[in-house]
Ligand binder design. Sequence first.
Ligand code: AP5
Ligand code: MG
Length: 217
Amino acid sequence: MRLVLVGPPGAGKGTQAEFIAERFSIPKISTGDIFRTNVSGGTELGRLAKKFMDAGDLVPDEVTNAMVRDRLGQPDAAAGFLLDGFPRNVAQAYELDAILSDLGSSLSVVLDMEVDHDEVVRRLSGRRTCKQCGHVQHLDPDTDNTGVACDKCGGELFRRDDDAPETVRHRLEVYAAQTSPLIEFYKSRSQLASIDALGTVEDVTERAIATLSPYAN
Ligand code: AP5
Ligand code: MG
């Protein structure tokens, strides 16, 4: 399966990507995660990406496209992949077509995760990520979370820099202006499947897997 997840910041793309990738035995390729690994590793790519990420803006296409081309050309992506966070605008969607065409393949499906604005803001305000294993979880902002650790590996949790409320607001604007046109783009090509991404993590996983199963070979 060659799959793309789309949806606003906080829709649960990263959360569901873990389960979907495992269920269909495909690598999860998250451009946000790759950028964050490069930022924390102090690489040239990370240095370049950081100022855009901190502002909640998209990293320039030429940088992102080259990174994705390189990643999709690696052997583990030959039999399928899940892309989380790419493409992020229509120009990147055309570039993805070109990359896949050069590799002799094409997309199976684009899964659109639908959530409302208030829920996205609620989810992002409590998001924490594990420093050790990268697992994403949610902490209730109204309770005392002192000493709470990763519920997967016990590692230390951190809050992403771009989850500050004013940056979240800007990321949502960027999504509306630049990324949401992808929904019509893929719908017009009959490549879009949408799910309701409200409800528990388990319910959303179940819906996603039921919707995607017909595309697995
Ligand atoms: P990226 O990391 O992709 O961020 P994003 O698209 O803004 O999406 P998020 O990771 O914020 O949300 P998510 O949908 O993954 O939600 P999550 O599962 O964490 O990109 C970051 C930056 O990198 C960009 O701003 C840009 O600068 C750059 N970048 C990346 N790709 C790029 C590209 N292609 N081009 C240019 N620049 C690019 O869930 C959120 C929270 O909700 C968590 O706390 C989770 O536990 C909780 N949650 C999830 N599901 C549920 C549920 N069902 N019920 C209750 N809580 C839930
Ligand atoms: Mg994410």
